[in-house]
Design a protein around this ligand. Structure first.
Ligand SMILES: [Zn+2]
Length: 163
């Protein structure tokens, strides 16, 4: 409602809105979160036509558009290989809390072993000189699992020496 002419004329109203809503996440996502919470398992979905393994699981294969069901879900190990990374050095609103996420923090692109698609998640490294494409990464699970990917696996860590 105000014109932005100069700093003196700038008019701003700040508020936070709390919207409660529910939506259906689909059968594959329900199975994914249940297995994560109950059995600490990471599931992807394997296309019955082209055998492409999607992680996160998808209801439809992006390659051949075949629908997948929970019978097409496969367990994936909590380890993968780094394909890209960055370090975030500026304030950013964390959608899970609505607050500013502490920074800097690392963010990685990787493939879980056995998956054909890439995923992104936080990583426990903020020194970019210590990260390399091809490094092995591993999920770090929370003590108490609640069926929330970011809460249950807050980050992946770089495996220094795989044994
Ligand atoms: Zn397919």
């Amino acid at each position: 409602m105000s014109k932005k002419k100069g700093k003196k004329d700038y008019f701003e109203i700040k508020w936070k809105t709390d919207l409660k809503y529910r939506y259906s996440i689909g059968k594959l996502a329900v199975k994914f979160f249940e297995e994560l919470k109950k059995n600490k398992k990471i599931l992807g979905s394997k296309c019955p036509k082209c055998n492409k393994v999607h992680f996160p699981p998808r209801a439809v294969c992006a390659e051949c558009l075949v629908e997948m069901t929970i019978d097409d879900m496969v367990e994936l190990p909590p380890k993968g290989t780094l394909a890209g990374f960055t370090v975030i050095n500026y304030p950013f609103t964390d959608p899970s809390t609505g607050g500013i996420r502490p920074f800097p923090y690392g963010y990685a692109l990787f493939k879980l072993d056995g998956a054909d698609t890439y995923t992104m998640h936080f990583i426990n490294e903020t020194d970019i000189s210590k990260m390399k494409i091809g490094q092995r990464v591993e999920a770090v699970f929370s003590e108490k699992l609640k069926g929330d990917f970011t809460a249950d696996i807050p980050y992946f860590r770089i495996i220094k020496k795989e044994g």
